[in-house]
Design a protein around this ligand. Structure first.
Ligand code: SF4
Ligand code: SF4
Length: 457
């Protein structure tokens, strides 16, 4: 029987309010310490990769198409160089459903990994904005002092510098976001044109950048705790088997100050030396030793902080680590139980379905219908003709000349007007006649087989 830790009413009282809001409802500002360690280094590498992808993405092309384009105004969508049309809505729908199930299953098994490692809010905040803040205003103690001192020339200068850079970065990031919506070519045009030609757009961009700046300069961790719906869902997504950033209370408790050379067991102290380093580095201001909390974004800063403290006092590392509540209660390592394996299998299948649906998607779609309101025609050379309307949707970036062939019976096809051409990224239309010998039209309905070719395809 696994014994889970039961919080007393008093111990659980921290859950009654957010750590960053005081009893009077005022904001408690978080001055987070710079984390250092192995996981932080990994996170920096991942962040560099993702930021590089974000900033180079608009310039990258696959088969002449952008990597990602979500132009809602013109209803043009490109993902990994593949163009999606409103006709592909079923794929979009499938991808959305799969993505939602994916997120739920992923979180149930692996916790909030996405928030700590790949969420744009965390990456921009922890890897760009907070680092600039450390650079200009110094460590948390110096930051606090600066905010509490009267408005001196130094304080004004530092604040103007910091907020100026913050806004500039917000403006640049917003422009890059815009390039994913309207395309980099159009953005280049707007940027190089005289501002008076795009006053409305420029005003929108300034306001949008202001919102972005406000989020990173002031709102910060409140986004993760109060605004983000994914964060709010953690309470129903996580369970005792989910892998989370967790404090090993069995090993750590009871906390006790460290004295060199002491026998902690004899002193009835756990491994936690109560140094509060894990709290000081936390960007959301929580104490992970209280247990899994809504505010925890799994940034792993506390894991690194505790790791170095354990090393410093010659204790086994991993007092805070990736673990499930069950594994900590059992004193075992994280096990992949049947549920985790089954969920992972479903995740793999879902990914497969999305990839298959995208790969198997047709690049050209054709619809042929009888021209409305027309009857068949009797030709003088003893032939019967019918008028048809053809609609070609070409999702590729090249024009495709199209030819029609009658594959059944002996007859003839005559295209009216110009030759058929499926224009790149467009819907093209045409009209054609099919002529059949009267002897081949025995009744009201005669099936014919039509070949629609571009080159030999
Ligand atoms: S508790 Fe640890 S993992 Fe969670 S947000 Fe704070 S530092 Fe990051
Ligand atoms: S860093 Fe580790 S040892 Fe220090 S207070 Fe946190 S859990 Fe305890």
């Amino acid at each position: 029987m696994v014994q889970y830790r039961k919080e007393t009413r008093e111990e659980a009282s921290f859950r009654d309010k957010l750590t960053t809001i005081d009893d009077k409802g005022k904001r408690v500002w978080v001055y987070a310490k710079k984390p250092r360690g192995r996981l932080t280094r990994f996170r920096i590498l991942v962040a560099i990769f993702l930021l590089a992808l974000f900033f180079t993405g608009p310039f990258l092309k696959i088969n002449g198409e952008p990597l990602l384009l979500l132009n809602f105004m013109e209803r043009k969508f490109v993902v990994l160089g593949v163009q999606f049309w409103p006709q592909d809505f079923h794929l979009f729908f499938l991808a959305m459903i799969s993505m939602m199930v994916f997120i739920i299953l992923f979180t149930v098994v692996y916790g909030r990994v996405f928030c700590g490692w790949a969420c744009p809010q965390t990456i921009f905040m922890e890897m760009i904005y907070r680092r600039i803040e450390w650079l200009i205003e110094g460590n948390p103690r110096q930051q606090k002092q600066l905010s509490q001192q009267p408005w001196s020339a130094v304080r004004i200068m530092k604040k103007i510098l910091k907020h100026g850079i913050f806004y500039l970065i917000a403006f640049v990031i917003c422009n890059f976001f815009l390039s994913y919506i309207i395309g980099i070519e159009q953005l280049k045009e707007i940027v190089t044109d005289a501002p008076r030609d795009h006053l409305a757009g420029l005003a929108g961009m300034i306001v949008f950048s202001g919102v972005f700046y406000f989020v990173f300069a002031f709102l910060r961790e409140q986004v993760c705790a109060m605004v983000c719906p994914y964060g709010r869902l953690q309470g129903v997504l996580l369970d005792r088997n989910s892998i989370v950033v967790a404090y090993d209370h069995k090993r750590g408790e009871p906390k006790g100050t460290y004295f060199k050379g002491e026998n902690r067991k004899a002193a009835e102290k756990g491994d936690c030396i109560n140094c509060t380093q894990c709290v000081q580095v936390c960007p959301t201001g929580i104490d992970i030793r209280n247990g899994t909390q809504l505010e925890c974004i799994h940034c792993t800063a506390c894991i690194d902080a505790c790791y170095s403290m354990m090393k410093a006092v010659n204790q086994p590392t991993g007092l805070i680590r990736y673990a499930s509540e069950r594994s900590i209660a059992e004193g075992s390592s994280v096990k992949f139980n049947m549920r985790a394996i089954a969920y992972s299998a479903v995740l793999a299948v879902l990914l497969g379905v999305i990839v298959y649906a995208m790969v198997a998607r047709k690049a050209v779609e054709v619809t042929v219908l009888r021209a409305p309101g027309t009857l068949y025609q009797e030709q003088p050379d003893n032939r019967i003709s019918n008028l048809y309307h053809i609609k070609l949707i070409n999702k590729t970036s090249t024009d495709l000349p199209v030819t029609l062939q009658l594959l059944s019976g002996s007859g003839e096809i005559k295209v009216i007007g110009d030759k058929l051409l499926a224009k790149a990224r467009a819907v093209s239309e045409g009209v054609f006649f099919i002529y059949l010998d009267r002897s081949q039209v025995p009744g009201d309905k005669t099936p014919v087989e039509l070949g629609i070719y571009s080159g030999d395809q």
